[in-house]
Ligand binder design. Structure first.
Ligand code: 5GP
Ligand code: ZN
Length: 136
């Protein structure tokens, strides 16, 4: 992808503070961190988002993210961590190359990942479960 900033970061054409890389993935610090240690895990291959990425690749990416999360926690002594992954403009995605955010959490930080809990209709949920589950 010619105009994708994360493709360029993945290839090392744009500098990033890289924590880890191998032939498939790069892990680097976010340039505008939500908290200390906020980093991103990306596949080097371009996929716009979760609707495109191959499941096996996503599985290996998340396995790597669990290792990064544990090392971040040990090094930064954070109390918790949000793992966030935005898909589509409406969901807050601004860079259209799949990435996982690892956001360490500390008492008194300014991070907010929130929504207003809704009310579920059990009948509607049952129908939806049937429809969405079909063919998985
Ligand atoms: P999104 O909103 O798409 O889920 O997240 C994109 C993230 O990429 C943002 O947190 C933003 O700060 C980060 N970002 C955008 N451009 C760059 C860059 O050039 N370098 C680094 N390290 N992070 C970037
Ligand atoms: Zn890309």
């Amino acid at each position: 992808m010619d105009n994708c900033i994360f493709c360029k970061i993945a290839a090392g054409e744009i500098p990033s503070t890289t924590i880890y890389e191998d032939e498939e993935f790069r892990v680097f610090f976010d340039i505008n961190p939500a908290s200390k240690g906020h980093c991103l895990v990306i596949p080097k291959q371009h996929y716009d988002n979760v609707f495109e990425i191959d499941g096996e690749k996503a599985g290996r990416l998340f396995a790597l993210a669990t290792r990064v999360a544990r090392n971040l926690k040990q090094e930064l002594n954070c109390e918790g961590m949000n793992i966030v992954q935005n898909n589509g403009t409406i969901a807050g995605q601004t860079v259209f190359h799949f990435h996982l955010h690892l956001i360490p959490r500390y008492t008194g930080d300014q991070v907010r990942v929130e929504w207003h809990p809704g009310q579920a209709d059990p009948e509607e949920l049952a129908k939806l479960a049937e429809a969405v589950g079909r063919g998985l």
